[in-house]
Design a protein around this ligand. Structure first.
Ligand SMILES: C[S@@+](CC[C@H](N)C(=O)[O-])C[C@H]1O[C@@H](n2cnc3c(N)ncnc32)[C@H](O)[C@@H]1O
Length: 309
Protein backbone atom coordinates (compact mmCIF):
# COMPACT_ATOMS: atom_id res chain seq x y z
CA UNK A 1 0.00 0.00 0.00
CA UNK A 2 1.36 3.35 -1.02
CA UNK A 3 1.84 6.28 1.30
CA UNK A 4 2.13 9.55 -0.58
CA UNK A 5 4.41 11.73 1.51
CA UNK A 6 3.01 15.14 2.42
CA UNK A 7 5.02 18.39 2.12
CA UNK A 8 8.09 16.34 1.24
CA UNK A 9 10.21 18.92 -0.56
CA UNK A 10 9.20 21.70 1.84
CA UNK A 11 10.08 19.74 4.98
CA UNK A 12 13.37 18.43 3.58
CA UNK A 13 14.35 21.96 2.52
CA UNK A 14 13.23 23.14 5.96
CA UNK A 15 15.66 20.76 7.69
CA UNK A 16 18.57 22.47 5.90
CA UNK A 17 20.51 19.19 6.03
CA UNK A 18 24.24 19.10 6.72
CA UNK A 19 25.82 16.01 5.18
CA UNK A 20 27.66 15.12 8.37
CA UNK A 21 24.76 15.84 10.71
CA UNK A 22 22.71 13.67 13.03
CA UNK A 23 19.00 13.61 12.22
CA UNK A 24 15.87 12.19 13.79
CA UNK A 25 12.79 11.22 11.82
CA UNK A 26 10.24 10.60 14.58
CA UNK A 27 7.65 9.22 12.15
CA UNK A 28 9.29 6.83 9.72
CA UNK A 29 6.07 5.45 8.14
CA UNK A 30 6.96 4.17 4.66
CA UNK A 31 10.23 6.08 4.73
CA UNK A 32 9.78 8.75 2.07
CA UNK A 33 11.02 11.55 4.30
CA UNK A 34 13.70 9.33 5.85
CA UNK A 35 14.89 8.33 2.38
CA UNK A 36 15.29 11.95 1.33
CA UNK A 37 17.21 12.76 4.52
CA UNK A 38 19.47 9.74 4.02
CA UNK A 39 20.25 10.73 0.42
CA UNK A 40 21.63 14.02 1.71
CA UNK A 41 23.90 12.49 4.37
CA UNK A 42 27.51 11.67 3.74
CA UNK A 43 29.06 10.68 7.04
CA UNK A 44 26.01 11.75 9.06
CA UNK A 45 23.44 9.44 10.62
CA UNK A 46 19.67 9.13 10.70
CA UNK A 47 17.69 7.74 13.64
CA UNK A 48 14.19 6.84 12.48
CA UNK A 49 11.46 6.11 15.00
CA UNK A 50 8.10 4.43 14.53
CA UNK A 51 5.89 2.74 17.07
CA UNK A 52 4.35 0.58 14.33
CA UNK A 53 6.39 -2.50 13.49
CA UNK A 54 4.94 -2.60 9.96
CA UNK A 55 6.68 0.72 9.23
CA UNK A 56 10.05 -0.76 10.20
CA UNK A 57 9.58 -3.84 8.05
CA UNK A 58 8.31 -1.98 5.03
CA UNK A 59 10.86 0.81 4.87
CA UNK A 60 14.06 -1.04 5.76
CA UNK A 61 14.83 -2.20 2.21
CA UNK A 62 14.06 1.19 0.71
CA UNK A 63 16.48 2.88 3.11
CA UNK A 64 19.17 0.19 2.81
CA UNK A 65 19.20 0.77 -0.93
CA UNK A 66 20.28 4.36 -0.23
CA UNK A 67 22.91 3.83 2.48
CA UNK A 68 23.54 2.14 5.79
CA UNK A 69 23.81 5.39 7.75
CA UNK A 70 20.57 4.81 9.62
CA UNK A 71 19.16 3.13 12.71
CA UNK A 72 15.52 2.10 13.04
CA UNK A 73 13.98 2.43 16.47
CA UNK A 74 10.71 0.65 17.19
CA UNK A 75 9.51 2.97 19.89
CA UNK A 76 7.58 6.19 20.50
CA UNK A 77 9.08 9.48 19.39
CA UNK A 78 8.48 10.77 22.91
CA UNK A 79 11.48 8.57 23.80
CA UNK A 80 13.91 10.45 21.55
CA UNK A 81 15.81 12.05 24.40
CA UNK A 82 16.32 8.71 26.19
CA UNK A 83 17.24 6.89 22.98
CA UNK A 84 19.82 9.52 22.05
CA UNK A 85 21.23 9.56 25.61
CA UNK A 86 21.71 5.76 25.45
CA UNK A 87 23.94 6.35 22.43
CA UNK A 88 25.84 9.23 24.03
CA UNK A 89 24.20 11.78 21.70
CA UNK A 90 23.43 15.12 23.35
CA UNK A 91 22.58 17.19 20.30
CA UNK A 92 21.12 16.58 16.86
CA UNK A 93 21.10 18.73 13.73
CA UNK A 94 17.50 18.22 12.78
CA UNK A 95 14.23 16.57 13.76
CA UNK A 96 11.18 15.82 11.64
CA UNK A 97 7.72 14.83 12.82
CA UNK A 98 5.08 14.00 10.19
CA UNK A 99 2.24 13.38 12.60
CA UNK A 100 -0.77 11.11 12.60
CA UNK A 101 -1.63 7.89 10.86
CA UNK A 102 -0.11 6.77 7.56
CA UNK A 103 -2.24 5.83 4.56
CA UNK A 104 -1.28 2.13 4.88
CA UNK A 105 -2.48 2.18 8.49
CA UNK A 106 -5.79 3.72 7.40
CA UNK A 107 -6.15 1.46 4.41
CA UNK A 108 -5.47 -1.82 6.15
CA UNK A 109 -8.97 -2.70 7.29
CA UNK A 110 -7.87 -4.95 10.16
CA UNK A 111 -6.17 -2.05 11.97
CA UNK A 112 -9.59 -0.60 12.73
CA UNK A 113 -8.63 3.03 12.02
CA UNK A 114 -11.16 3.58 9.29
CA UNK A 115 -14.93 3.98 9.31
CA UNK A 116 -14.84 2.83 5.67
CA UNK A 117 -14.14 -0.82 6.53
CA UNK A 118 -15.81 -3.20 8.94
CA UNK A 119 -13.16 -4.38 11.40
CA UNK A 120 -12.59 -4.95 15.11
CA UNK A 121 -12.26 -1.70 17.06
CA UNK A 122 -8.51 -1.48 17.48
CA UNK A 123 -6.68 1.73 16.31
CA UNK A 124 -3.37 0.93 18.03
CA UNK A 125 -0.33 2.18 16.13
CA UNK A 126 1.80 -0.04 18.34
CA UNK A 127 0.26 -3.49 18.58
CA UNK A 128 2.30 -4.30 21.70
CA UNK A 129 0.18 -1.79 23.59
CA UNK A 130 -2.82 -3.12 25.54
CA UNK A 131 -5.22 -0.15 25.35
CA UNK A 132 -7.30 -0.23 22.18
CA UNK A 133 -10.48 1.41 20.90
CA UNK A 134 -12.61 -1.53 22.03
CA UNK A 135 -11.54 -1.00 25.64
CA UNK A 136 -12.29 2.72 25.50
CA UNK A 137 -15.70 2.30 23.88
CA UNK A 138 -16.77 -0.54 26.17
CA UNK A 139 -15.26 0.39 29.54
CA UNK A 140 -14.65 4.14 29.80
CA UNK A 141 -17.26 6.11 31.70
CA UNK A 142 -19.81 8.39 30.07
CA UNK A 143 -17.85 11.42 31.34
CA UNK A 144 -14.55 10.14 29.92
CA UNK A 145 -16.15 9.45 26.55
CA UNK A 146 -17.77 12.90 26.41
CA UNK A 147 -14.46 14.47 27.33
CA UNK A 148 -12.45 12.82 24.52
CA UNK A 149 -15.24 13.26 21.94
CA UNK A 150 -15.37 16.98 22.75
CA UNK A 151 -11.66 17.66 23.21
CA UNK A 152 -10.14 15.47 20.54
CA UNK A 153 -13.03 15.36 18.06
CA UNK A 154 -14.77 18.70 18.65
CA UNK A 155 -17.98 16.67 18.20
CA UNK A 156 -21.22 18.62 18.71
CA UNK A 157 -23.16 15.49 19.62
CA UNK A 158 -20.55 14.14 22.05
CA UNK A 159 -22.99 13.72 24.93
CA UNK A 160 -25.70 12.06 22.87
CA UNK A 161 -23.22 9.67 21.26
CA UNK A 162 -21.64 8.77 24.61
CA UNK A 163 -25.11 8.18 26.08
CA UNK A 164 -26.06 5.89 23.19
CA UNK A 165 -22.80 3.95 23.53
CA UNK A 166 -23.43 3.52 27.24
CA UNK A 167 -26.92 2.20 26.60
CA UNK A 168 -25.93 -0.12 23.76
CA UNK A 169 -23.00 -1.72 25.57
CA UNK A 170 -25.28 -2.78 28.44
CA UNK A 171 -26.94 -5.24 26.04
CA UNK A 172 -23.73 -6.43 24.38
CA UNK A 173 -20.21 -5.11 23.83
CA UNK A 174 -19.62 -2.89 20.79
CA UNK A 175 -17.05 -4.86 18.82
CA UNK A 176 -16.66 -3.41 15.34
CA UNK A 177 -16.13 -0.16 13.48
CA UNK A 178 -19.45 -0.54 11.65
CA UNK A 179 -21.37 -1.09 14.91
CA UNK A 180 -19.89 2.17 16.16
CA UNK A 181 -20.66 3.96 12.89
CA UNK A 182 -24.30 2.79 13.21
CA UNK A 183 -24.52 4.21 16.74
CA UNK A 184 -23.13 7.55 15.58
CA UNK A 185 -25.52 7.64 12.60
CA UNK A 186 -28.48 6.87 14.84
CA UNK A 187 -27.73 9.94 16.98
CA UNK A 188 -26.84 12.59 14.41
CA UNK A 189 -29.95 14.38 13.05
CA UNK A 190 -30.95 13.19 9.58
CA UNK A 191 -30.43 16.59 7.94
CA UNK A 192 -26.78 16.70 9.10
CA UNK A 193 -25.95 13.13 8.11
CA UNK A 194 -25.33 13.99 4.49
CA UNK A 195 -23.37 17.18 5.09
CA UNK A 196 -19.71 17.42 4.16
CA UNK A 197 -17.52 14.70 5.64
CA UNK A 198 -18.38 11.30 7.09
CA UNK A 199 -20.57 11.49 10.22
CA UNK A 200 -18.16 9.22 12.14
CA UNK A 201 -15.02 11.17 11.24
CA UNK A 202 -14.75 13.22 14.43
CA UNK A 203 -15.47 10.32 16.81
CA UNK A 204 -12.93 8.09 15.04
CA UNK A 205 -10.34 10.89 15.24
CA UNK A 206 -11.05 11.32 18.96
CA UNK A 207 -10.72 7.60 19.67
CA UNK A 208 -7.50 7.35 17.69
CA UNK A 209 -5.95 10.26 19.56
CA UNK A 210 -6.97 8.74 22.90
CA UNK A 211 -5.81 5.18 22.06
CA UNK A 212 -2.40 6.43 20.96
CA UNK A 213 -2.12 9.21 23.55
CA UNK A 214 -1.17 11.43 20.63
CA UNK A 215 -1.23 14.83 22.31
CA UNK A 216 0.96 13.78 25.23
CA UNK A 217 3.36 12.19 22.77
CA UNK A 218 3.57 15.44 20.84
CA UNK A 219 3.92 17.55 23.98
CA UNK A 220 6.89 15.48 25.16
CA UNK A 221 8.54 15.39 21.74
CA UNK A 222 8.26 19.17 21.35
CA UNK A 223 9.88 19.76 24.71
CA UNK A 224 12.67 17.22 24.31
CA UNK A 225 13.20 17.90 20.61
CA UNK A 226 13.77 21.62 21.18
CA UNK A 227 16.27 20.83 23.94
CA UNK A 228 18.11 18.32 21.72
CA UNK A 229 18.72 20.71 18.83
CA UNK A 230 22.29 21.81 18.15
CA UNK A 231 22.92 25.45 17.14
CA UNK A 232 21.53 25.94 13.59
CA UNK A 233 19.60 22.70 14.07
CA UNK A 234 16.08 22.67 12.68
CA UNK A 235 12.84 21.12 13.96
CA UNK A 236 10.11 20.57 11.34
CA UNK A 237 6.63 19.43 12.31
CA UNK A 238 3.83 18.54 9.89
CA UNK A 239 0.44 18.39 11.58
CA UNK A 240 -3.01 17.49 10.29
CA UNK A 241 -5.52 18.98 12.68
CA UNK A 242 -5.93 22.15 14.67
CA UNK A 243 -5.28 20.56 18.08
CA UNK A 244 -1.82 19.47 17.00
CA UNK A 245 -1.04 22.62 15.05
CA UNK A 246 -1.98 24.79 18.03
CA UNK A 247 0.42 22.84 20.27
CA UNK A 248 3.26 23.16 17.77
CA UNK A 249 2.61 26.86 17.25
CA UNK A 250 2.52 27.59 20.98
CA UNK A 251 5.67 25.62 21.72
CA UNK A 252 7.59 27.27 18.86
CA UNK A 253 6.38 30.81 19.66
CA UNK A 254 7.30 30.34 23.33
CA UNK A 255 10.77 29.00 22.46
CA UNK A 256 11.46 31.89 20.08
CA UNK A 257 10.35 34.62 22.51
CA UNK A 258 13.04 36.10 24.79
CA UNK A 259 12.46 35.65 28.51
CA UNK A 260 10.48 38.54 30.00
CA UNK A 261 12.42 40.90 32.24
CA UNK A 262 10.59 43.48 34.30
CA UNK A 263 11.36 46.94 32.85
CA UNK A 264 12.14 48.27 36.32
CA UNK A 265 15.12 45.94 36.68
CA UNK A 266 18.27 47.85 35.67
CA UNK A 267 19.96 45.82 32.96
CA UNK A 268 22.28 46.77 30.11
CA UNK A 269 20.91 46.23 26.60
CA UNK A 270 23.66 43.70 25.82
CA UNK A 271 22.69 41.71 28.90
CA UNK A 272 19.03 41.48 27.94
CA UNK A 273 17.97 37.86 27.47
CA UNK A 274 17.94 36.80 23.82
CA UNK A 275 15.75 34.15 22.26
CA UNK A 276 17.49 30.81 21.82
CA UNK A 277 15.42 29.87 18.79
CA UNK A 278 14.01 31.62 15.73
CA UNK A 279 10.92 30.80 13.71
CA UNK A 280 11.53 30.01 10.06
CA UNK A 281 8.57 31.79 8.49
CA UNK A 282 5.83 33.48 10.48
CA UNK A 283 3.05 31.41 8.93
CA UNK A 284 2.85 27.62 8.57
CA UNK A 285 3.59 26.16 5.12
CA UNK A 286 0.70 24.43 3.34
CA UNK A 287 0.68 22.18 0.30
CA UNK A 288 0.92 23.84 -3.11
CA UNK A 289 -1.71 23.48 -5.86
CA UNK A 290 -0.01 20.49 -7.48
CA UNK A 291 0.17 18.55 -4.22
CA UNK A 292 -3.41 19.45 -3.29
CA UNK A 293 -4.59 17.95 -6.59
CA UNK A 294 -2.56 14.80 -6.12
CA UNK A 295 -2.97 13.98 -2.46
CA UNK A 296 -6.14 14.39 -0.48
CA UNK A 297 -4.31 14.08 2.85
CA UNK A 298 -2.32 17.22 2.09
CA UNK A 299 -5.38 19.52 2.42
CA UNK A 300 -5.15 19.83 6.17
CA UNK A 301 -1.35 19.62 6.42
CA UNK A 302 0.64 22.43 8.02
CA UNK A 303 4.40 22.56 8.35
CA UNK A 304 6.07 24.68 11.04
CA UNK A 305 9.83 25.10 11.33
CA UNK A 306 12.06 26.44 14.08
CA UNK A 307 15.85 26.81 14.30
CA UNK A 308 18.13 26.93 17.31
CA UNK A 309 20.27 30.07 17.17
C1 LIG B 1 1.99 10.23 8.61
S1 LIG B 1 2.91 8.81 8.89
C2 LIG B 1 4.53 9.25 8.43
C3 LIG B 1 4.82 9.04 6.99
C4 LIG B 1 6.28 9.19 6.64
N1 LIG B 1 6.76 10.55 6.79
C5 LIG B 1 6.60 8.68 5.25
O1 LIG B 1 7.36 9.34 4.55
O2 LIG B 1 6.09 7.61 4.86
C6 LIG B 1 3.06 8.77 10.62
C7 LIG B 1 3.83 7.58 11.15
O3 LIG B 1 4.27 7.92 12.45
C8 LIG B 1 4.02 6.88 13.34
N2 LIG B 1 3.77 7.51 14.63
C9 LIG B 1 2.74 8.31 14.98
N3 LIG B 1 2.86 8.72 16.24
C10 LIG B 1 4.01 8.18 16.70
C11 LIG B 1 4.70 8.25 17.95
N4 LIG B 1 4.21 8.95 18.97
N5 LIG B 1 5.88 7.60 18.07
C12 LIG B 1 6.40 6.89 17.03
N6 LIG B 1 5.77 6.77 15.83
C13 LIG B 1 4.60 7.40 15.69
C14 LIG B 1 2.84 6.13 12.78
O4 LIG B 1 2.88 4.78 13.19
C15 LIG B 1 3.03 6.30 11.28
O5 LIG B 1 3.75 5.23 10.73
Amino acid sequence: MKHVAVLLKESIAGLNIKDSGIYIDGTLGRGSHSGEILKRLNDGHLYAFDRDEAAMNESRDHLSAISDHFTLLHTNFSMMKEEMAKRGIRQVNGILLDLGVSSPQFDEASRGFSYRFDAPLDMRMDRRQSLNANEIVNTWSYEQLVSIFQRYGEERFAKQIARRIEKQRMDKPIETTFELVEIIRSVIPEKLLHKKGHPAKRIFQALRIAVNDELNELHQALEDGLALLAPQGRFCVISFHSLEDRMVKEAFVKASTPKYIDKRIPILPQDMPKAEYRLIGKKPISADEAELMENNRSHSAKLRIIERI
